[in-house]
Design a protein around this ligand. Structure first.
Ligand SMILES: [Zn+2]
Length: 308
């Protein structure tokens, strides 16, 4: 059974006028999912705890995000903003993935989608960057390993940007497989094919304009076989929809159907090795129409529900 997590605090993270990572993104995803799947069961995300965050983040990063308490917006870097409501949003966004992971491990929700912001996959152990404050998928993967006592978890990242933070956190942890397709060149300029970690990292950089055929070939020929060989006991998805052709930040020219195709391929592998357990998390995606269409395509494939 599929369930979903979100929290109203994620809409209050205020990045300021003209910022691409804006509350309307999450509103578009929530509106599209509510309209397409009226029977989908939603949960309010809890806050991640300090102990959960400290499995992957430094005390200094927690202090920056949680203890700034500035009455005005603070720029952590040219892209990354901390508003008065951002600490609560960051705690709920990371907490959503942890709660979804617990539900998957306990068998109450085999598959989950976390509709949250800020995104997470650029946040490293000690640096908030690229619109990301805490790395929710990394926090939840560490939780699955340590609290859930799993031996092998995989993180699949199809956001159009490379998840440098996730890779940096786990590249020397053989219990975690990290797989990413992304546009190159593009921010953050990491994710070259020869970045292999300890053999547990697979990157498939794609040239601007690559399109559906190149995207599907990279997954079919390189990334999906590596995932199948790894036999993950739980599968995480960093689900960014900014590789869609409408997206203003990248040029990868995907269609919503490409996300449905990849999601079905991932489910087949999760069914073989992970008891069907998949925890998916919204990352990027900056065109509101594409965000709605792609999240519906992704959740339809994950849930087996036909969109209304
Ligand atoms: Zn992105």
């Amino acid at each position: 059974m599929m369930q979903a997590w979100t929290h109203p605090a994620c809409l209050a993270h205020d990045t300021g006028p003209g910022h691409a990572e804006r509350p309307e993104r999450l509103r578009a995803v929530l509106d599209a999912l509510h309209a397409a799947f009226p029977s989908l069961h939603w949960h309010e995300a809890p806050r991640a705890t300090r102990g959960q965050l400290l499995r992957v983040h430094t005390p200094e990063l927690l202090s920056t995000v949680l203890d700034t308490h500035s009455p005005v917006r603070v720029q952590l870097d040219p892209d990354t903003v901390l508003s008065p409501a951002s600490a609560e949003a960051a705690l709920r966004a990371a907490g959503a993935v942890v709660a979804a992971t617990d539900a998957a491990l306990h068998g109450t929700a085999l598959r989950a989608f976390c509709a949250t912001r800020p995104p997470g996959h650029h946040a490293t152990g000690d640096v908030a960057m690229g619109f990301c404050l805490f790395n929710g998928v990394a926090v939840a993967a560490a939780h699955a390993l340590e609290h859930g006592h799993l031996a092998r978890v995989a993180i699949v990242d199809f956001d159009v940007h490379h998840g440098n933070g996730t890779q940096a956190i786990f590249e020397h942890d053989p219990r975690v497989l990290y797989l990413s397709s992304h546009q190159s060149p593009l921010y953050p300029d990491t994710g070259h094919a020869d970045e292999r970690g300890d053999g547990n990292v697979f990157n498939a950089p794609l040239r601007p304009g690559s399109g559906s055929d190149a995207f599907r070939a990279a997954w079919r020929e390189r990334l999906l076989p590596a995932l199948d060989d790894f036999r993950p006991q739980l599968l995480f998805v960093s689900a960014g929809f900014d590789a869609h052709w409408r997206d203003p930040l990248a040029q990868l020219q995907l269609q919503a159907g490409d996300y449905a195709w990849l999601t079905r391929e991932l489910l087949a592998i999760a069914d073989r090795h992970a008891g069907g357990r998949v925890v998916s998390v919204l990352e990027g995606g900056y065109d509101l129409q594409a965000l709605g269409e792609c999240s519906v395509a992704h959740v339809a494939a994950l849930s087996g529900l036909a969109p209304a």
